[in-house]
Write a protein that binds this ligand. Sequence first.
Ligand SMILES: Cc1ncc(COP(=O)(O)O)c(C=O)c1O
Ligand SMILES: N[C@@H](Cc1ccc(O)cc1)C(=O)O
Length: 463
Amino acid sequence: MSKKIIKRSWAEPYKIKMVEPIKMTTREYREKCAKEAGYNTFLLKSEDVYIDLLTDSGTNAMSDYQWAGLMMGDEAYAGSRNFYYLWDNVKKYYGMPYFVPTHQGRAAEHIISKIMIKPGDFIPGNMYFTTTRVHQELAGGTFVDVIIDEAHEAQNEHPFKGNIDLQKLEDLIKKVGAKKIPYVSMAGPVNMAGGQPFSMQNLKEVYALTKKYGVKLWFDATRATENAYFIQQREKGYENKTVAQILKEMCSYFDGIWVSAKKDLMVNIGGFLATRNKKVYEEARNMVVIYEGLHSYGGLAGRDMEAMARGIEEMVRPENISSRVRQVEYCGKELEKFNIPLVKPYGGHAIFLDAKKFLPHLKQDLFPAQSLAAEIYIDSGVRGMERGLVSSGRDPKTGEQRYPKLELVRLTFPRRVYTQSHIDVMVESIAEVYDKRKSIKGLKMVYEPKYLRFFQARFEKIK
Ligand SMILES: Cc1ncc(COP(=O)(O)O)c(C=O)c1O
Ligand SMILES: N[C@@H](Cc1ccc(O)cc1)C(=O)O
């Protein structure tokens, strides 16, 4: 009788059909590049990057099915066939009857914020996201963080660190009044918390609370498939449900969703908003023609919408979503072999290094995460992103810097792009930087743009 295999390794559920060569560089060359980029990984040229873990946004490898779909683009100005196919899939997989395409996620955030928020409003959410919050603020609103406290603790192993703290939410509703809250903004998994999911139980409770007070509930469903996968893996009662069923159930509690299609849908560009609220839909459908283009293309080509529609079908496939998350998990486990401090549990889209623990000798004003991201790039050409003080920015009212508890470097995995050997090389580089961590002295900011400063800020090394 054969021995029962308890656990098998995962492997990529695809094979490589076309390759894109990457440039190999020297440390000396990368030192020059980093300096020229003001020690900001967003300002590096991509051709100078070896393994690009800046983001999983628009950097995914499309399947042959998606590439074939590009040839089926109906590039009519109005009423393209691809638009209707995409709309059908939004209905089928997200369960939302009304749909408006946009060129990417923040365009949908802009439109929702403009429609729903009045000056003086408050928007509670499970931790801020940079683009989401800036649109809420530009519309005159104030974002209020109502995520559970555990989410702000890097090493806390709570399985659902994306949960909303119901007490914090109810206290806010009582304090400012339901009329001042246009909607609760829930994201899953929570990007800035380290890619942490919320549970279905928590969602149901948030839904009941918002219903009680007559407050709307909206969902940043950009990586909702990953959240659904974590629910399947971690929450009792969901182990036998498919990711597609869980996604649909999640969406059933929301009034509407916005999505950056550049993530779950595995395309290079695209976004949308979808809702069950006809009035909001009609306003959004009208507003999109001012900012994006006609409501049947929203700034996208017909072929882009075709790739998105096909991407929706692929994103929920069990082998796709599990290999995606397990690749991140593999990276986390390898890093832990070198005692590298990480956010736990591992995220859905990324591994987050805990820069406060990695560089305990640096005060937050010396930008430990920004410094660490730059050092990793210099060591090996691996590009990550700062998610700490720089990303947090300034309070628009007081102008003071917002000091976040989490000071992190994000190493984000584009879908279907890198192999296990890339991860091994990246892990070795981080282990090497960890060995030399005491030599890192920090950075000072020498240029600071007004909005979303992390994208364009420049730094100099402290000597
Ligand atoms: C959770 C989340 N919401 C919204 C956005 C905005 O999407 P986009 O980059 O497509 O504008 C992003 C990425 O920027 C994101 O990660
Ligand atoms: N949404 C993308 C791109 C992005 C990156 C950083 C941001 O703060 C905003 C947008 C990401 O999370 O990677």
